[in-house]
Design a protein around this ligand. Structure first.
Ligand SMILES: Nc1nc2c(ncn2[C@@H]2O[C@H](COP(=O)(O)OP(=O)(O)OP(=O)(O)O)[C@@H](O)[C@H]2O)c(=O)[nH]1
Length: 331
């Protein structure tokens, strides 16, 4: 029962936390949610966590949200947690209707879910949904990283399967069964269903009675014995101080070593002065069409490479030889 002597009425906003392995489709989902919210006059604060430089992704979302904060710490679940907490507290001062947070592709969401719960009075976020994006191509076929993928979905209230069209009907049915087993209480949603449910949440933003005690909380450590896997992945950022030839980008991406699990590059091209382009590689897959980004973006032309124990000097030499001799490592 709520003690009326200490209870107060606090305006709460919904929070959507998006997790999922590297390249699963988190930013794609976030972009879809933001477009749907914007069309319906709902304003969102967005926190993006990514390896080394969350700015590249944030540039691809600027058209859909004016309030984006990029958390460049490699891991929001540990060394970036204090920054994340500061950003969420800052977001409480905004009048926007909902907070969307995208975690980096190897973050363990548990400590974040716990902090959001423990700091409920400060963050003023309710309800708090955790949506996990599962990549149908690679689910439970990541060998050493299966445990991390599993940790990323264990606290999910909702889950969504991306790249469905790239697997057989049989594999998809098996994935659905496995997920039902692992997450019996969570809701399976499509991108459209989630967008419409998130919109309803934001529209229903209402006052909740909140117990005013319980303000203090420290960052809880993860309880997962596999949490260390989140930290075995490294990132390296290469800067391209001059325009790059379009025909060199895909061969460069293709020729990156196999252990580069994810690559994202925002390029100024010699052949197109009207736009900048985001090129990607997820595992060994390279999407056919790059994502166009506004010229207004101020992020330098650069690429982020992610994988276990990357060797930045070798990757730089490779970029200089195949893409742009003037390429440099970001300090
Ligand atoms: N065919 C297909 N492509 C998709 C789907 N979801 C995402 N993609 C593409 O996959 C690539 C990676 O998607 P992102 O949304 O950037 O993935 P992410 O999880 O945010 O990546 P990180 O932040 O690096 O972990 C992009 O080129 C997307 O357009 C899907 O369901 N089907």
């Amino acid at each position: 029962m709520i003690d009326l002597a200490i209870a107060r009425v606090v305006e709460m906003r919904p929070s959507i936390l998006i997790s999922g392995f590297l390249g699963a489709g988190k930013t794609t989902l976030l972009r879809h949610l933001l477009k749907h919210l914007k069309t319906n006059d709902i304003k969102a604060d967005v926190i993006l966590n990514d390896y080394a430089n969350a700015m590249i992704d944030s540039e691809t979302l600027r058209e859909d949200s004016e309030s984006i904060e990029a958390l460049g710490a490699s891991c929001a679940c540990c060394e970036g947690m204090d920054f994340l907490i500061e950003m969420v507290i800052k977001a409480t001062e905004s009048d926007n209707d909902i907070l969307l947070t995208e975690l980096n592709g190897t973050a363990d969401p548990l400590p974040i879910v716990e902090s959001f719960t423990l700091l409920e009075n400060k963050f003023k976020l309710f309800p708090r949904w955790h949506v996990c994006v599962i990549d149908a191509r690679h689910f439970e076929e990541r060998s050493y990283h299966n445990r991390l993928e599993r940790d990323q979905l264990e606290t999910a209230s909702h889950y969504l399967i991306s790249h469905q069209e790239e697997v057989s009907t049989e594999r998809l049915a098996n994935i659905r069964l496995r997920l039902k087993e692992i997450l019996p209480a969570a809701s399976f949603v499509t991108e459209e269903e989630l967008a419409s449910q998130v919109l309803s949440l934001a529209l229903a933003k209402k006052k909740c009675i909140l117990n005013a005690t319980n303000d203090a909380a420290s960052n809880p450590p993860s309880k997962s014995p596999y949490h260390h896997l989140s930290h075995e992945i490294t990132a390296c950022q290469i800067l391209f101080p001059q325009r790059v030839k379009i025909e060199k980008i895909k061969p460069w991406l293709k020729s990156l070593p196999d252990h580069v699990m994810r690559a994202k590059g925002l390029f100024d091209l010699t052949d197109d002065l009207q736009k900048r382009y985001l090129y990607e590689r997820v595992g060994k897959d390279i999407p056919d069409t790059p994502y166009p980004v506004s010229l207004k973006s101020t992020v330098p032309s650069s690429a982020i490479l992610i994988g276990p124990e990357l060797n930045p000097s070798q990757l730089l030499e490779h970029a200089q030889a195949t893409l742009l001799p003037e390429a440099q490592l970001s300090s």
